[in-house]
Design a protein around this ligand. Structure first.
Ligand SMILES: NC(=O)c1ccc[n+]([C@@H]2O[C@H](COP(=O)([O-])OP(=O)(O)OC[C@H]3O[C@@H](n4cnc5c(N)ncnc54)[C@H](O)[C@@H]3O)[C@@H](O)[C@H]2O)c1
Length: 458
C-alpha cells in the first residue's frame, strides 16, 4: 500500500462496516414514535445525596478528554481517581499531566477497548466522564450507571432512538444521573441570553435558530488517532444532521423544552455532498483511503423542529464548506430578537427603540444581563479556558450541584431530545423530508417540568 499505512486502512474498513449497521438502525427506528414502559420513576429534577468529594473517572483522554484532566484537577472538591484510554500515547500524556498537578495515586487502564470496565469496577469512582468516539457513548454510559456511577457523556448522547431510550430507562431504573455534557449552555453569551429570556426581554418566544457551522475538512488528515480518524467515516454513512446539540442545547433551554414545552416533530433537507470528495481529491494522492470513500452527508443540512406549543426551531449542520464559524444562537420573541455570530440585538421595547436596525454594541447588555453564574465564575472560567471558559464552567457546575445536593442543569431527557435530531434528520432526509416525530422521552413529565432555575442562584 502506498501513501498511507495498512493500519489506517483496516481501521477505516472496520469502522465503515460498523457504521453501516448504525445507518440502517437510525432510519428504521426513527419514525416509530415508540414509547417504553418505565423501568423506574422519573429522574426529572433528580437530586442525589450530597457528596463531600466527587471522585472522577475519565474514559477517553483524546482531543476532548485531555481538557477534562486539567479542569477536574483545578476544581475544589473534585479528584480524578482513574483514567482509561487504550491509546498509550494519550494515556501517558494524561499520566504526565496528573503528575504535574501532584496527583500520583490515580489508576490507569489501557489494555484494550473494554479496559473501561475495570475503571467501572472501582469503588472510588463516583462519576464517569465519557469522551470517546460516538459509538461508545451508549454502552459506556449505560454500563457506568449499572455499575452505580453517574454518567457524564460527551455530545451527542447516543446515536439511535433505541440507544437514547435505553439510557433513559437505565437512568430511571438506577436513579442515577446521565447528563450529556453540552458545554455551550455555559458560554457567556448563551447564559446572558438565557437570563434575558427569563426576564422577559424578548416577550413570548416564537422561533429560534441554531447551528453547528464549523469547517472541519482538515480533520480528514487525521488517520490513526484524533477526531477525524473516526468522525470522517460518519460522512460516508449518514445523511442528515450528525452533530446537532451545540446550537440546539442553548435554544432548547431558552424555550423551556422538556419543562413546559417539548419537541414534537422535525423535517429535514440536505444539500448535495460535494465538499469532502473535492477536498480529498485536492489534498490526498489518488490511492489514499480518503479518496476511496463515498461521502454522502449533505454539506449543508437544514432541519426545522415544531414544538408542541407551536414554536419553531431551524437548525443547520455544515462542517464542510469554507465559511466562518456559527451556531446562529438566534431567539425571536414578540418583542424582539437576539442573534449571535456576531452578537446583535433588536427590540421594540427596552432597546434603542429602532428594531429595524441591529444594536451590535454588547457591552451595555453584558453589564445589565450577564448571568449570575457568569458574574460569579466568569473570570475564573476564562482563566482556565476551554472554548472561552464554557468547558471549565460546565465542569465546575457539575461538581457544585453534586456537592450541594442540587439537580443538574441538563438531564437524560434533555440529552436524548437534543441528540434525537441526529437519527430523525437522517430518517427525514431519506424520506423526502417527511416529518418524523420526536419520542416523548419524559413520558408526559415535560408538562409539569419546572423551567431551569439557575438564574439568581449560585
Ligand atoms: N463538547 C465539545 O465542545 C466537544 C469538542 C470536541 C469533541 N467532543 C466530543 O468528545 C468526544 C471525543 O472526541 P475527541 O475529539 O476527543 O476524539 P479523539 O479521537 O481525539 O478522542 C477519543 C479518545 O477515546 C479513546 N477511546 C476509543 N475507544 C475507547 C475505549 N473503548 N475505551 C476508552 N477510550 C477509548 C481514543 O483512544 C481517544 O483517545 C466525541 O464524542 C466528540 O463529539 C466534544
Amino acid at each position: 500500500m502506498s501513501g498511507f499505512n495498512r493500519r489506517s486502512f483496516l481501521k477505516a474498513s472496520m469502522a465503515t462496516a460498523a457504521l453501516g449497521a448504525l445507518a440502517s438502525c437510525a432510519q428504521a427506528g426513527s419514525n416509530t414514535g415508540m414509547t417504553t414502559k418505565p423501568k423506574g420513576k422519573s429522574v426529572m429534577g433528580l437530586v442525589v445525596p450530597k457528596m463531600n468529594e466527587v471522585r472522577v473517572g475519565l474514559i477517553g483522554v483524546g482531543e476532548r478528554g485531555t481538557g477534562y484532566v486539567d479542569h477536574f484537577n483545578k476544581i475544589e472538591g473534585a479528584r480524578i481517581t482513574a483514567i482509561c484510554d487504550p491509546d498509550s500515547l494519550v494515556l501517558d500524556r494524561a499520566r504526565k499531566k496528573m503528575a504535574d498537578y501532584g496527583n500520583t495515586t490515580a489508576a490507569y487502564y489501557g489494555n484494550g477497548d473494554y479496559a473501561y470496565r475495570e475503571l467501572l469496577n472501582r469503588q472510588d469512582v463516583d462519576i464517569v466522564v465519557i469522551s470517546t468516539p460516538w459509538k461508545w457513548h451508549h454502552p459506556m454510559a449505560k454500563e457506568a450507571m449499572l455499575a452505580g456511577k453517574h454518567a457524564f457523556v460527551e455530545v451527542p448522547m447516543a446515536l439511535t432512538l433505541e440507544e437514547m431510550w435505553d439510557l433513559v430507562d437505565t437512568a430511571e431504573a438506577t436513579q442515577l444521573n446521565c447528563m450529556m455534557m453540552e458545554n455551550v449552555n455555559y458560554g457567556r453569551d448563551e447564559l446572558m441570553v438565557l437570563n434575558m429570556v427569563r426576564q422577559g426581554l424578548f416577550g413570548d418566544l416564537l422561533h429560534a435558530e441554531a447551528a453547528y457551522i464549523h469547517e472541519l475538512r482538515w480533520q480528514m488528515k487525521e488517520l490513526d488517532r484524533k477526531t477525524g480518524s473516526w468522525r470522517t467515516l460518519y460522512h460516508t454513512q449518514l445523511n442528515g444532521n450528525m452533530y446537532p446539540t451545540h446550537g440546539l442545547g442553548p435554544v432548547a433551554q431558552y424555550m423551556n423544552i422538556n419543562r413546559g414545552d417539548r419537541f414534537d416533530y422535525l423535517s429535514s433537507v440536505s444539500s448535495p455532498a460535494l465538499g469532502r470528495a473535492a477536498y480529498a481529491k485536492r489534498e490526498f494522492p489518488a490511492d489514499h483511503p480518503r479518496n476511496q470513500l463515498k461521502y454522502i452527508h449533505g454539506d449543508i443540512n437544514t432541519s426545522v423542529i415544531k414544538t408542541v406549543k407551536g414554536r419553531t426551531i431551524m437548525i443547520q449542520h455544515d462542517t464542510t464548506t469554507p465559511r466562518p464559524y456559527s451556531r446562529h444562537n438566534l431567539i425571536q420573541g414578540t418583542n424582539g430578537v437576539f442573534a449571535g455570530f456576531p452578537n446583535r440585538i433588536a427590540l421594540e421595547n427596552g432597546g434603542s427603540g429602532n428594531f429595524h436596525e441591529w444594536d451590535t454594541n454588547m457591552e451595555p447588555w453584558y453589564d445589565k444581563y450577564d448571568h449570575p453564574l457568569w458574574v460569579r465564575m466568569g473570570k475564573e472560567a476564562e482563566r482556565n479556558g476551554g472554548h472561552g471558559g464554557m468547558d471549565f464552567l460546565m465542569c465546575w457546575r457539575m461538581i457544585y450541584c453534586l456537592r450541594n445536593g442540587e439537580a443538574l442543569d441538563q438531564d437524560v431527557y434533555d440529552g436524548a431530545a437534543w441528540s434525537a435530531v441526529l437519527p430523525l434528520s437522517v430518517a427525514s432526509v431519506s424520506d423526502r423530508s417527511n416529518s418524523k416525530d420526536f419520542p416523548d422521552f419524559t413520558r408526559g413529565a415535560w408538562q409539569n417540568g419546572t423551567p431551569l432555575g439557575i438564574v439568581g442562584k449560585s
